[in-house]
Design a protein around this ligand. Sequence first.
Ligand SMILES: Cc1ncc(COP(=O)(O)O)c(C=O)c1O
Length: 372
Amino acid sequence: MRRKLLGFVRPYILQPLSSKKGMILTTSEHFFLSFTDTLRYIFLHYKIGVEDKILVPAFYCPDTLRFLSQVATVVLYQINRDFSINKASYFEQVAKFRPRVIINYSFSGLSLTSEELVRCKALGADSTVIIEDCAHRIIIPEDLPELGPNHFYVTSIRKHSPLQGSHLIGNLPPADHLSTRFNWYKLRCYLLHLIQGGLSLAAYLGRSPWLYERSSDVFLHHDQLIGSFSRPTRGSRFSFELYKFINLRKVRQHQKEMAEMYNRQLKTIKSPLLKVLADEVVKAGEWIYYPLFVEPKIQVNLITYLEEKNIFADMLWETPTFQDAQIDHGFYQSFIILPVHWLIKKEDVILICQEIAFFLSSQNRLHDANKI
Ligand SMILES: Cc1ncc(COP(=O)(O)O)c(C=O)c1O
């Protein structure tokens, strides 16, 4: 029997469902095809142009960074090596540039406290638009804070569910004329998404790495396409309605537990080639993937080794092409990600950690042999 496939696959039929139909984050008028479509909509609404400054984290999704640098003037704030927002740099930049738009984001899912938000608003202009990038978070309606004027939460549900779409949460009057409901771009996105979902489900059930690779190829095509249309495009009503049935609380809790488990297991491996975050950091965060710091010189070999065992690890992002001294290239290349989603169980985490330990001991033996 071939080994179970442990990757980033999220088939819809294998998600925890909720009978409680209460997961309503926003109206269908504020449900877009992708995070970038939602940003386009907000920017159109506020008439953001290239001369407007937009404050963005220096550790950020390269595609989104590229998009932002085309539509506005990007300035950056620093991110600490534990993924938290560097508050000193953040407030300094807000005071210095008084940006028109600020994007709050941290891979660990933590944003500003309400006091810090007040401070940010006091330093910036009254009209500053604050966008909480929740692409890597699972937002649950009951947990949502009161949002003031010009303050928004934006999701990207394809990152944690098999559906695609993005909720715009906040007080913005719906403006139908600013978005489009249907076009060729939307149709292509849905077709690619459907093919990718089918391939990954077949890969998972058939335990086929070959099919998994094919689904990854389609995913990359889809990734290139999504957000590329110039007019904000609405998401489908179908995804909007189906999303309400996923038990988001259960998925979020599961991801958190798996991340904590990786940390506990990997901490016991003593190797100079490996580093994990402090337990408190992992415990406090919300993780869509588990980040494992691995020396760049062994990353490719480790990923290849795991792949041979049907375990699909990856890099989170390539280094951005965006030129700025604040971009910390080394940080982008310092870690790999491991899956934590609903189909990954405790015994899978143990197995993945064992394989990583085997790999590292073989590297140590190699190292010792080379010294002789
Ligand atoms: C942190 C972050 N924000 C935004 C986005 C863009 O999301 P979408 O692909 O839905 O446009 C991504 C994409 O990977 C991301 O990682």
